[in-house]
Write a protein that binds this ligand. Structure first.
Ligand SMILES: [Zn+2]
Length: 144
């Protein structure tokens, strides 16, 4: 078991993290269709969460992340979402070619893409693997 706050391994039976003193709460694993956090190793999430967050900023970080942590499932989960988001953004951009209706779709879609990007970054930093609305169910990169 690992500390929720700093990622240090907490010896079995201990109630507090030996590094930062955070109480060792056992995370209730509520099975949910959109929350896949439980399927990733806590150690993996703690190690790769910053890289995972960076993947939402720029494609370059996806390549760097894959080179540094090719075996991380948590990383691949977020790489998949950031790629789906990129596709979503491109589709919204293409919609904007069509006058009026396309412009509306393009603007609404771009705002949604920005909100989803922020959500993805927050999830990654919080070591969560929660599907984003609308785009969350699509898979480009397999993370199983
Ligand atoms: Zn700690």
């Amino acid at each position: 078991m690992f500390c929720q706050k700093c990622g240090t391994q907490i010896p079995e039976g201990d109630h507090y993290c030996p590094t930062c003193g955070e109480p060792a709460v056992i995370k209730a694993k509520t099975p949910s269709e959109s929350d896949h956090t439980a399927m990733f190793a806590a150690e993996d999430c703690a190690k790769t969460r910053l890289l995972a967050a960076l993947c939402y900023f720029n494609f370059i970080f996806i390549i760097i992340a894959l080179l540094l942590e090719p075996d991380s499932k948590f990383l691949r989960y977020h790489i998949n979402q950031s790629l789906v988001l990129t596709v979503f953004g491109v589709v919204c951009g293409l919609c904007a070619i069509v006058p009026i209706i396309g412009w509306i779709v393009g603007v609404v879609g771009s705002v949604a893409a920005l909100v989803f990007t922020i959500m993805g970054i927050v999830h990654a930093i919080n070591r969560e693997a929660k599907d984003l609305p609308i785009i969350g169910k699509y898979t480009i990169v397999n993370y199983d």
